[in-house]
Design a protein around this ligand. Structure first.
Ligand SMILES: *Cc1c(COP(=O)(O)O)cnc(C)c1O
Length: 460
């Protein structure tokens, strides 16, 4: 398989080259030149496979520059009961009224990002050691991404992580998840500023090309194709477990990575009828699917909500879907994304239905009501992001078609809103009791790119 950019540069690259890169040189995102097709006989054969071997089968359609035995071993190491808690890895949890959750949040940080990040960590370590290289990952986090990245990269040879977070602004649980890591290759930098300052500093350091090259700075952001590819696997696993002919899938969305993997699975021939894109009050994507207008917000226009991992102003993975929607016309994609916002032509917008997309939005009041009703009807506690998914899923249910909702985090991560909705604390999975009391390892720095650079220089 070869990969091309969404902005018209048709230079073809191999998987291991794009693995360690961010954006394509023309500013686009990488996608495979075509989507491998999975026929009914193959799908039937896959039904009997454990998750790790299903992952191997799907990944090997996209990766031809890692020997099969190595790739299989990586998949088996990553998608194990030891890391994800069950043999099924992503079991279905039926709720009342025709909806099932796809449990994606039983990894080390209790959010679905572990599903992809754990694979990314293993692939990075493998490829860096093969090349005899090392990488210093610089990232910014308001909570979920940073902890998933640190837990995936901890102890990995050839990799150091420098993770910027806003000092004192993460929840005590999130701080504990990151700051309690004692691994020497993990550096938590708590900046005296807000999340946007952290992100600006990551950008500023990345724009200093000499520094970036000299210190081998890389990222783990959600535009990495390997993360998306890892997420394609659980759409297949969930479909196979459902035993239905067709399923609809609802996805709590922020940067459009998770649901874009559903789009890829559908393009491979998986019988997903509808992809239901659920947003919170930050409804850039819902607006797009309804109107064909893409209008990224400024950080000042981005609401702080009780489903914070969906508080995005622009959806960084979204360009991949637009590329397919516009029949892979890279010149048109480039023209659209060069503008601060854009409107599709009516005939372009009309094609959204062919790709199965529908959408909706959810508010704080909806989340509270949905957490409550799900508890009452199904005795199942769901987190705030999953609640956005369930709320919008209910609006799009079709008779006779099972609706799957991707569970993107466990309620233990967002306890305050659970208390507001249900009047009691969410359960904590074993091993997470009292993590706030563990010794913490972090360094406070001013919100200043030079201070961050100096820290990196003295710790590589
Ligand atoms: C990251 C995240 C999302 C949004 O996923 P995208 O791939 O960015 O659309 C939703 N819920 C939770 C809990 C997350 O951590």
């Amino acid at each position: 398989m070869r990969y091309v950019s969404t902005r018209g540069d048709t230079t073809e690259r191999r998987f291991c080259d794009i693995l360690l890169e961010g954006l394509a040189p023309d500013g686009g995102l990488y996608l495979p030149v075509s989507y491998p097709q999975v026929d009914a006989a193959t799908l039937n054969r896959w039904r009997a496979l454990p998750y790790a071997d299903l992952a191997f089968e799907i990944l090997s359609l996209y990766i031809d520059d890692i020997p099969a035995d190595d790739l299989r071993a990586i998949c088996r190491r990553v998608y194990s009961k030891a890391i994800f808690g069950t043999d099924a890895i992503t079991p279905l949890k039926p709720l009342a009224d025709g909806i099932s959750l796809v449990a994606l949040s039983n990894g080390p940080t209790l959010a679905f990002k572990d599903m992809a990040m754990q694979l990314l960590g293993a692939l990075f370590e493998y490829e860096l050691s093969r090349r005899g290289e090392h990488l210093n990952i610089l990232g910014a986090t308001s909570g979920d991404t940073g902890s998933a990245a640190e837990h995936a990269m901890r102890g990995k040879r050839g990799i150091r992580v420098f993770m910027l977070s806003p000092h004192g602004r993460m929840s005590p649980f999130q701080q504990a998840q990151m700051f309690s890591l004692q691994d020497e290759n993990i550096h938590n930098l708590a900046l005296e500023g807000v999340f946007d300052d952290c992100q600006d500093i990551v950008k500023a350091v990345g724009n200093d090309l000499a520094f970036k090259r000299a210190h081998r700075i890389g990222t783990v952001n959600s535009i990495n194709w390997a993360r998306l590819m890892a997420q394609v696997v659980y759409y297949f696993a969930a479909y196979l477990q459902s035993r239905a002919d067709t399923v609809d899938v609802a996805v709590p969305s922020g940067n459009f990575g998770n649901i874009c993997a559903g789009h890829v699975a559908r393009m491979m021939g998986l019988a997903v009828g509808r992809l239901v894109c659920a947003t919170n009050e930050n409804d850039v994507l819902d607006e797009f699917f309804r109107t064909g207008i893409y209008r990224p917000r400024s950080s000042a226009q981005t609401h702080e909500t009780s489903s914070p991992s969906m508080d995005i102003s622009k959806a960084s993975n979204f360009e991949r879907f637009v590329f397919d929607l516009l029949s892979r016309d890279g010149a048109r994609v480039k023209q659209l994304f060069a503008q601060p916002s854009f409107a599709l032509a009516p005939h372009e917008h009309a094609r959204i239905a062919e790709f199965g997309f529908v959408s909706g939005r959810s508010t704080h009041a909806d989340r509270i009501a949905t957490i409550r009703s799900t508890w009452q009807r199904s005795q199942t506690m769901i987190d705030t992001h999953t609640a956005d998914g369930v709320k919008v899923a209910r609006e799009h249910q079709r008779a006779g078609v099972p609706m799957l909702v991707l569970e993107t985090a466990l309620p233990a991560k967002f306890a305050a809103t659970i208390v507001e909705a249900l009047g009691c604390e969410p359960d904590r999975p074993p091993g997470f009791e009292g993590i706030e009391a563990l010794p913490k390892r972090f360094t406070v720095l001013p919100a200043d790119a030079n201070a961050v650079k100096r820290y990196i220089e003295t710790h590589v």
